[in-house]
Design a protein around this ligand. Structure first.
Ligand SMILES: Cc1cc2nc3c(=O)[nH]c(=O)nc-3n(C[C@H](O)[C@H](O)[C@H](O)COP(=O)(O)OP(=O)(O)OC[C@H]3O[C@@H](n4cnc5c(N)ncnc54)[C@H](O)[C@@H]3O)c2cc1C
Length: 502
């Protein structure tokens, strides 16, 4: 009996020991401890490469994001200096099954990011060099921002397609396609890429271009968040045209002008690439303390006299205000409220959730219904009154002219990109109301869009969309992407941003 008892005790002990062993090889980071990451990974990194964790302080600041809804959660932040730091971090994290995510400026907002818990944030912002090469190309590191690229190129009398908002990363938009002011002339920001260097999930570096790993190169331009960390790209750049100038005119309208405004915009579908527009439903209490208004801007790449034929009709729709001026290309960000000092570029401890849908034309009645919904709901729930309803009418000629199958970005034929930005102070008991607001605004627009697939821009997606919504409805697209995941990320390490899955 005593023998039996000691035998089963021994068995129990062995069982516990083997369980402990398997736990330590799987690694639950909470038990692992973030200081251990610093102690073990730190010596493998370049001099000055910083690791931030709870014990070192500043973890909250180092992981601060543009918005808070469904944020990922990190035990440690590695502020990398170079590609080798990224490789070491990925290899280390893989060894202990610690999840990781590239972080540049923290504007990523899709819900799936919130699935990442107890991970390592790989902050690439320190890698922001931009080199202008002789052949109208530039080499841009993965941590550059739109402001970095616009200002650096401008000093050399060059420009390229990049996202419109100065504080947003350059690569983040590119990986999902990348909409920008110059897309009507040159295509999406992703269409400018000639080559990319990518650290893959296994810690090796792949060069992706039309000639090398062409399938990866295809995937990076539209579904890129799923395939690795891009350390550097070579992108096309362009000479700034002689006597380059932009004319802009900005109107504020009350809701009663909405149908006239969007009817007229439909008439301008065939306008040249020089004509672009933005419309925003929002609350401006100084202008109208009771009701939402429409802020509407026309950007015209050229002289005021040439813009006149496109702008004149909008002066007849009873604007509450009408301002105009001329600008250089780098000034467009500030003129459209996308400048580094504008509200949109401040991390305000708010939840900000988007529900994007591409539109082929505006349905004036739906536009009015959406305005009324926006107006009523933001009046009923003052917590929502910093929300926006955006309609981005950047010109699309060169986007549409680029072969539709040439990149993973699937939506080249559209007129405007709409998205509510539902904004409110974090409050879980209010989440359902806020989300239903965003869903209802998008649903009204989608129902009039005459497409069987909801076409959602992956970089604005909320995370409720299907893979077909994000990556295209042609069945081969998602099949191809899943196949490429098997090749380049068979363990699905990059599964946090709009995950394709295996
Ligand atoms: C205020 C605002 C303005 C915007 N304006 C535009 C616009 O004009 N045009 C447009 O197309 N989009 C725009 N977007 C959407 C934008 O494309 C996405 O939010 C994008 O994810 C932001 O990238 P980031 O690097 O700034 O943010 P981050 O949160 O740092 O990155 C977002 C995700 O991108 C991936 N990522 C970033 N850099 C790399 C890299 N080097 N290698 C691998 N993965 C990387 C990671 O998965 C990361 O989670 C805007 C968004 C906001 C909030």
């Amino acid at each position: 009996m005593a023998f039996l008892q000691s035998h089963s005790l021994l068995f129990l002990l062995l069982l516990v020991l083997s369980l402990l062993c398997s736990l330590s090889s799987q690694t639950v980071l909470g038990a692992f401890g973030s200081t251990r990451i610093r102690n073990e990974l730190g010596p493998l990194l370049s001099q000055g490469c910083n690791i931030i964790d709870e014990a070192s302080g500043n973890l909250t600041e180092a992981t601060r994001r543009w918005q808070l809804f469904a944020s990922p959660n990190f035990d440690a932040v590695v502020q990398v200096n170079n590609e080798a730091d990224i490789i070491q971090t990925i290899k280390y994290a893989n060894k202990y099954s610690i999840p990781y995510l590239a972080f540049n400026t923290g504007h990523g907002e899709i819900k799936s990011l919130g699935n990442l818990r107890a991970g390592i944030q790989i902050t690439i912002r320190g890698m922001s060099n931009i080199t202008i090469n002789g052949n109208n190309t530039a080499t841009v590191q993965g941590g550059a921002t739109n402001l970095d690229i616009v200002s650096t190129l401008w000093k050399a009398n060059k420009q390229t397609v990049s996202g419109t908002c100065e504080c947003v990363g350059f690569m983040g938009p590119v990986l999902g396609g990348g909409h920008g002011f110059l897309q009507g002339y040159h295509g999406m920001a992703a269409d400018q890429l000639l080559e990319a260097r990518v650290v893959l999930a296994n810690g090796t570096v792949a060069i992706a271009s039309r000639n090398q790993n062409a399938d990866l190169f295809w995937a990076l331009r539209g579904a890129g968040h799923n395939f690795g960390i891009v350390t550097e790209v070579t992108t096309k750049i362009y000479d700034v045209p002689k006597n380059d100038t932009w004319y802009y005119e900005t109107f504020v309208y009350s809701g009663s002008s909405v149908e006239m405004l969007f009817t007229e915009l439909n008439n301008l579908k065939g306008a040249p690439a020089a004509f672009e527009h933005y419309a925003v439903y929002l609350r401006l209490p100084d202008v109208d303390p009771s009701n939402a208004v429409v802020l509407f801007s026309i950007l015209y790449h050229g002289l005021a006299t040439d813009a006149e034929q496109y702008v004149a009709p909008f002066r007849k729709f009873n604007p509450l205000s009408d301002t105009n001026g001329t600008a250089t290309y780098p000034q467009l960000a500030a003129i459209t409220g996308n400048g580094i000092n504008d509200d949109i570029c401040q991390n305000e401890n708010s939840n900000r959730i988007r529900y994007p849908v591409y539109l082929d034309r505006y349905d004036p009645k739906a536009q009015k219904a959406v305005f009324d919904n926006f107006n009523m709901t933001t009046a009923r729930y003052p917590a929502l009154n910093a929300s926006l309803m955006l309609f981005e009418g950047l010109s699309t000629q060169a986007v549409a002219a680029t072969p539709i199958n040439s990149t993973a970005f699937p939506y080249r034929n559209y007129f405007a990109l709409s998205s509510p930005v539902v904004t409110y102070a974090p409050n879980t008991s209010f989440d359902a109301t806020a989300q239903n607001f965003g869903r209802s605004l998008r649903s009204t627009l989608y129902q009039t869009s005459n497409t069987s697939n909801l076409r959602a821009y992956v970089n604005y997606a909320v995370g409720e969309e299907s893979l077909q919504n994000l990556y295209g409805s042609e069945p081969w697209r998602v099949t191809k992407l899943k196949g490429l995941k098997q090749t380049y990320d068979p363990q699905n390490r990059f599964r946090w941003y709009a995950p394709i899955g295996l």
